[in-house]
Design a protein around this ligand. Structure first.
Ligand SMILES: [Zn+2]
Length: 306
């Protein structure tokens, strides 16, 4: 059971979705056909074109005619992007519709099949209707602003009810009586509605990815929650040292020679500029032994004096 949106809820949802150029037709809140049939459990929102253009369209949508009394939709969207609120409740916009088409929107299927010939479903009972000002001729464009508002209106209904974009259908998808109503690529239209629904209602296409409204302070790095014991640190240091010695012993790598080496050459292309790892080790051992001998000689000399 999806209870239809109230007038106040609808205005709020539209404004949240960024629809700001709104005209409330006098009496729209109670303009409906509820005395002629149900409109209490809605499951879809339909898009139409008017198949004509002109300033008289809002009142035509509001009043309809003797043969087809108004309201003829819930909202009328002018080519300027201005949205007229026309009715609330049951409206004469869809007529009868095919079962397979209705099942697709009701169950939010991604595939919207060509409508069956039989039309057993009362489309006006289960669907909202948005009429868009477009004459329906093959090359008639949709102004970018008008298209953007159409996406926002349908997204607002889906968002209000928690529906996916696959709750949006075209009149041409619901009945064979209206083969080009409207001339819009509906899968792309639904993708655009879905894109809106993936963002907050306040989103505007082309906005940069959401960023903080205030400059953020640098965040201090968090302490590592894994504490290493002294034994851990020593084990890691030993493993690292072992690895260094293993690599050095294996590679017998090349190092810069010390400048006090008798064979030392400052020319980088001379062999005397380099030592092998073995030379480094031999020199280190020699220096340690020299140091040990010097210390021993010092101690001996101190003993003699005392
Ligand atoms: Zn239509």
């Amino acid at each position: 059971m999806a209870r239809p949106v109230t007038p106040d809820q609808w205005l709020k949802a539209l404004r949240a979705e960024g629809v700001t150029d709104i005209v409330e037709m006098p009496g729209w809140r109670t303009n409906n056909r509820n005395h002629k049939g149900p409109f209490s459990d809605v499951h879809a929102t339909m898009i139409h074109h008017t198949a004509g253009e002109g300033t008289g369209l809002p009142s035509w949508c509001f009043n309809g005619s003797a043969a087809l009394p108004g309201p003829l939709c819930h909202d009328f969207l002018a080519r300027s992007g201005r949205l007229y609120l026309v009715g609330n409740g049951r409206a004469n916009h869809a007529g009868t519709v095919a079962r397979n088409a209705y099942d697709a929107v009701r169950n939010e299927r991604s595939h919207h099949p060509a409508p069956d010939a039989a039309e057993p479903v009362d489309g006006n009972a289960v669907s909202y209707g948005l009429e868009c000002e477009n004459d329906g001729t093959p090359n008639r464009t949709w102004p970018a602003k008008q298209y953007d508002v159409a996406v926002r209106v349908q997204a607002a209904r889906c968002r209000f009810h928690g529906w996916s974009a696959d709750s949006v259908w075209a009149h041409k998808e619901a009945t064979r009586r209206k083969p080009v109503d409207p001339r819009l690529p509906m899968d792309q239209f639904r993708r655009d509605v879905a894109e809106r629904l993936a963002h907050p209602a306040s989103w505007n296409p082309g906005d940069k990815p959401s960023k903080p409204t205030t400059p953020s302070k640098p965040v201090p790095p968090k302490e590592n929650p894994v504490a290493l014991s002294d034994a851990d640190v020593q084990r890691i240091a030993k493993a690292a040292a072992d690895e260094v010695w293993r690599v050095m012993a294996k590679s017998d790598g090349v190092y810069l020679a010390p400048t006090d080496d008798p064979q030392y050459s400052p020319t980088v292309t001379d062999p005397g500029h380099y030592w092998s790892g073995r030379q480094v080790m031999a020199d280190l051992v020699r220096r340690v032994r020299d140091t040990q001998k010097a210390v021993a000689d010092l101690v001996a000399a101190q003993k003699k004096e005392s």
